[in-house]
Design a protein around this ligand. Structure first.
Ligand code: GLN
Length: 596
């Protein structure tokens, strides 16, 4: 097993995760099987109780692990399936060591950070790196480990010390360290500055780890003179300095790293036995994809009606799934994030401008998505959005809470059950059309939901989604919810046209709903966004984009194939694959066009 440790310097948030994933992508293109571990040095056991406002979305794995959204990057970049143990937190390590202490495993000893915590980290990494992550069960050969935060953080210290020891435990040819650092170009000087990188490399060395690669992140391309300077001042050879400036899409990151000789370097350093020279078509799929994204022009306007609209990361996988689908259909995604609360009639009084703006955005979109969510705020606005789409034949995809709001809206406005609600919102409603699942409600908030991969069985062949999935009887998707559609109401809802076309294996839980006679009014209790891949868009998202561009019917008639002419009117265009519009939001520059 070979290990590549990716550390960060100067500041966080400069794309360490994307760079770490890109290492994997490149190696995978060499035919090497890759796994990854993300280390988050916080004390939480997992990301399950995080606020999307602060950390972005909670990413869910097949095994029900609720993890950092970076694991999503790895799964999408490498097309692998990770396990909850691939996300290590300080909380998990301490929990493990404390359990052992209680069992008496350290009898007579004082349990300390060094060696007990650091040993536990090393053992965990060694064990998890050997678990297969491909559907074919092949054992990984290289493990990419991303250490969250930046070098010097107090929380990260035990991990850095663990890897200082680890490099000797696994031997030099099996371990290397890539340090991702920032090279800023302050306006006042107008030129790239290497000092921050120099000091963070010095700090890393002081802790006993020497960088084998220094990956310099910058806004603009960095010239060779700066590269040489970093090589000189940080005591590494010039081929060990890799520069990555801001790019039109993140698909270009592995390509740029590859161009700078990463394969050659790692091949020698880690004795990888990749045959050289690399084939002419090496990483062509990525190159083609990046080209295609840069040349998308026709827009498809999608409105995302959500609650956490201030932070794009809160809907990271949903947005990426929309992008994957748009790229496949040949459209440039124009996404508007609408704060559901502004669609509610009260905001007409409190903030009329935002209210009208929100409705204008909703009405002028080509398609709407109501993603997952929790709690009361914005629910009424989401219900309003569902109603509008239903009545105006506007394509709508509801996910998890989005399915529940579709059901509530239908019960209220079509079945005339005026107080229909979810018990999450109103525990005393007379018409609980959405109820909690008793076995998942144990009073605790962490890890007590219906989580992870579960089967959905289509109960009819009359289903748009079934066709989009390629007509299987059973599909597997990931879940994260506490509430479900009340089976008592299914019959009356179905009788008036809202069909539950997919159930769980036990035939009690409603998984997919489709409205009869509507262009595309579909919702899933599962979260399809976690399994979308750049080259394999998730079917519910693909359906939404096809319906929003008026192509769904012909696509289905052609046996789920796009017409060859579809891309021809996409003239070349500079710029990113996605444009974001945020209502009442001033931080558009935060919203980089990230695709994977
Ligand atoms: N709050 C709802 C539930 O727990 C929906 C959850 C979600 O959208 N992920 O069932």
């Amino acid at each position: 097993m070979k290990y590549i440790l990716v550390t960060g310097g100067v500041i966080s948030g400069i794309g360490k995760g994307v760079i770490a994933s890109s290492f994997g992508t490149i190696l995978k293109s060499c035919g090497i099987s890759v796994t990854s571990i993300k280390i988050d040095p916080y004390i939480n056991i997992d990301a399950g109780t995080f606020s999307p406002y602060e950390h972005g979305e909670v990413y869910v794995l097949d095994d029900g692990g609720e993890v950092d959204l970076d694991l999503g990057n790895y799964e999408r970049f490498l097309d692998i399936v990770l396990h909850k143990d691939n996300n290590i937190t300080t909380g998990k390590i301490y929990e493990h060591v404390i359990k052992k202490e209680r069992k008496g495993d350290y009898l007579g000893k004082t349990v300390q950070v060094v060696p007990h915590i650091t040993d536990a980290i090393q053992e965990w990494v060694e064990k998890v790196s050997k678990q297969p992550v491909n559907r074919d069960g092949k054992l990984p050969e290289v493990c990419i480990i991303e250490l969250g935060g930046t070098i010097g953080d107090i929380e990260g210290m035990p991990f850095v010390e663990a890897f200082r020891q680890f490099q000797f435990r696994v031997k030099k040819e099996n371990f290397c360290c890539a340090h991702v650092s920032l090279v800023p170009s302050p306006k006042s000087t107008g030129e790239p500055k290497t000092k921050p990188t120099q000091s963070s490399v010095r700090e890393l060395r002081g802790l006993g780890l020497s960088p084998d690669l220094i990956i310099c992140r910058s806004e603009k391309p960095i010239g060779n003179n700066i590269k040489d300077k970093i090589s000189n001042f940080c005591h590494v050879a010039p081929d060990q300095v890799i520069t990555i400036h801001d790019l039109s899409s993140i698909y270009r990151v592995p390509l740029l790293m590859q161009e700078q000789g990463i394969v050659q370097y790692l091949n020698e350093r880690l004795q990888l036995s990749v045959r050289m020279p690399l084939p002419i078509d090496f990483m062509n799929t990525w190159g083609n994809l990046a080209e295609r994204i840069d040349h998308l022009r026709k827009p498809v306007n999608i409105a995302l009606v959500g609650k956490y609209t201030k932070l794009e990361d809160a809907y990271a996988s949903v947005i990426k799934s929309l992008q994957h689908a748009s790229i496949k259909v040949g459209y440039k995604l124009k996404l508007t994030l609408i704060d559901a609360a502004y669609l509610e009639s009260e905001s007409k009084e409190t903030d009329p401008v935002a209210y009208h703006q929100a409705w204008q955005n909703l009405c002028s979109s080509d398609g709407v998505i109501v993603p997952g969510g929790f709690g009361q705020r914005g629910i009424t606005g989401k219900i309003e959005a569902c109603k509008w789409c239903r009545e105006h034949n506007k394509p709508l995809l509801g996910i998890c809470l989005g399915l529940q709001t579709i059901v509530i809206e239908y019960a209220r406005n079509v079945l005339h059950l005026k107080d229909a609600n979810s018990t999450e919102i109103d525990p005393d409603t007379k018409n609980p059309v959405v109820i909690d699942m008793p076995e998942h409600n144990q009073g605790n908030m962490g890890g007590t939901m219906r989580l992870g991969q579960r089967a959905t069985r289509f109960v009819t062949t009359v289903s748009t989604l079934r066709q989009l999935y390629g007509n299987p009887e059973i599909i597997q998707e990931r879940h994260r919810h506490r509430y479900e559609v009340n089976p008592k109401y299914v019959e009356v809802l179905e009788a008036s046209g809202l069909k539950f076309v997919g159930h769980d294996e036990e035939n009690v839980r409603m998984e997919i709903v489709e409205l009869e006679g509507h262009e595309y009014y579909i919702a899933t209790q599962f979260h399809p966004e976690y399994l979308s891949r750049p080259l394999k868009p998730s079917p519910p998202f693909l359906g939404l984009i096809l319906a929003s561009t008026g192509k769904l019917k012909s696509y289905l008639e052609r046996g789920c194939r796009l017409t060859p002419t579809q891309f021809s009117d996409n003239d070349s265009d500079e710029g990113s694959s996605t444009e974001f519009y945020l209502q009442n939001n001033l931080s558009e520059d935060l919203l980089k066009a990230t695709v994977i």
